[in-house]
Design a protein around this ligand. Structure first.
Ligand SMILES: [Zn+2]
Length: 88
């Protein structure tokens, strides 16, 4: 079952939610924030996706892209997979 990561736009909390089936990028209803109860949450995209939806912190996206690019340029595929799994 896929796990998706969400971020609360109001308080910045990040949390995971398990779905019984795959959801599309725009198709899922936003789950409420476990920290403050706000439904103003946004699904986080993969670190390897370049264009994030509105609501994602640009600084965080840039940092993740930089990290991904560095990993891709200096590490093997095996190490990238290790890095990806370490993020879970
Ligand atoms: Zn919140």
């Amino acid at each position: 079952m896929p796990v998706y990561e969400f971020r609360c736009i109001d308080c910045g909390e990040t949390f995971d939610k398990l779905y019984r089936q795959m959801i599309s990028a725009q198709g899922a209803e936003a789950p409420p924030c476990p920290a403050c109860g706000s439904v103003n949450t946004s699904r986080l995209v993969s670190s390897f996706a370049v264009h994030g939806p509105a609501g994602i912190d640009p600084g965080q996206v840039a940092a993740e892209q930089k990290q991904a690019q560095r990993a891709a340029s200096v590490t093997s595929k095996e190490q990238i997979n290790k890095w990806r799994s370490a993020k879970k």
